[in-house]
Design a protein around this ligand. Structure first.
Ligand code: CP
Ligand code: NVA
Length: 307
């Protein structure tokens, strides 16, 4: 049975091109094969959440059940981490009970530490830095719709956040071009761009930055946006809304793109802020297929890491 070489799924820049392709291939098998299987019969996944979640929690929990195993949800308050037990000790103890750990945390370092001290696979379910599982499902979705990834151009509009970091890392691995339009102060981390430019040299991808959303969408095959206020940034709400106002994905902006362009959003959306109702509910939008695919990709990831 095929497996990932990596022990954990921490970040897309830590996966090889082959591993990303394998996850996409396996997601397709999960979606188009039998819903219930016994690949993970009797196995358990501990799911640790420092932040809220609808899609990630429900898709992992449903996914492991459909694979014959069981997921256990813990908010960080439920665990002794909330009372000061270290990540080191938590990782070592959980490894004695469960077959995998999925964690959604504020600090990326927390996921790195969990992986370092666990003997079982650790899956990153979003951090302030990145969101690899989301972008694997997104790449699968684009592949499903277009039959190809290499050479396509994705335009990201808005805040240079965790989702954009994983999009940049993922797009360059599969040979897609990525353009991002973000105002100054909201651009992605330089380190992500610099590292990804190195990968792009091997795969032929291009990374292009602009402050003009119209310029970004003009030659795009896919337009992607995300919230302006990510979890943990609530205190800056007023400033962020004002600074990102010109970056709304609305009909006017969409009118500058190709008629066939795909519109994506990882969700949850703040309708009327980064995206309008008419765009998210319009004919170009594939956001609910994208959300559904979280389930199939989660199952692929768990099977490839945990079986
Ligand atoms: N896209 C995503 O990760 O959604 P949740 O925050 O609902 O898990
Ligand atoms: N950037 C968003 C993504 C949510 C799935 C956040 O971190 O809140």
């Amino acid at each position: 049975m095929k497996k990932l070489k990596a022990k954990d799924l921490i970040s897309l820049n830590l996966l090889t091109i082959d591993e990303i392709n394998l996850i996409i291939e396996e997601s397709d098998k999960m979606k188009n094969g039998p819903r219930n299987t016994n690949f993970l019969q009797g196995k358990t996944l501990a799911m640790i959440f420092e932040k809220s979640s609808t899609r990630t929690r429900v898709s992992f929990e449903t996914g492991i059940y459909q694979l014959g195993g069981m997921g256990m949800f813990f908010s960080s308050k439920d665990l002794q981490i909330g009372r000061g037990e270290t990540i080191h000790d938590t990782a070592k103890v959980l490894s004695r009970y469960v077959d995998g750990i999925m964690a959604r945390t504020f600090a990326y370092q927390t996921v790195l530490d969990l992986a370092k001290y666990s003997s079982v696979p650790v899956i990153n379910g979003l951090t302030d830095y990145d969101h690899p599982c989301q972008i694997l499902a997104d790449l699968f979705t684009i592949y499903e719709k277009r039959g190809v990834l290499k050479g396509l151009t994705l335009a990201y509009i808005g805040d240079g956040n965790n989702v954009l970091h994983s999009l940049i890392q993922g797009c360059v691995k599969v040979g897609m071009n990525i353009t991002y339009a973000s105002p100054s102060g909201y651009t992605p981390l330089e380190s992500v761009v610099t590292e990804s430019l190195e990968v792009a040299k091997q795969t032929g991808s291009k990374i292009f930055a602009t402050q003009d959303p119209v310029e970004a969408v003009k030659n795009a095959d896919v337009i992607y946006t995300d919230v302006w206020i990510s979890m943990g940034q609530e205190d800056d709400k007023a400033k962020r809304l004002a600074d990102l106002k010109a970056y709304q994905l609305n009909s006017e902006l969409l009118s500058h793109a190709s008629k066939e362009v795909l519109v994506m959003h990882c969700l949850p959306a703040h309708r009327g802020e980064e995206i309008t109702d008419e765009v998210i509910d319009g004919p170009n939008s594939i956001v609910f297929d994208e959300a559904e695919n979280r389930l199939h990709t989660q199952k692929a990831i768990m099977k490839l890491l945990m079986s």
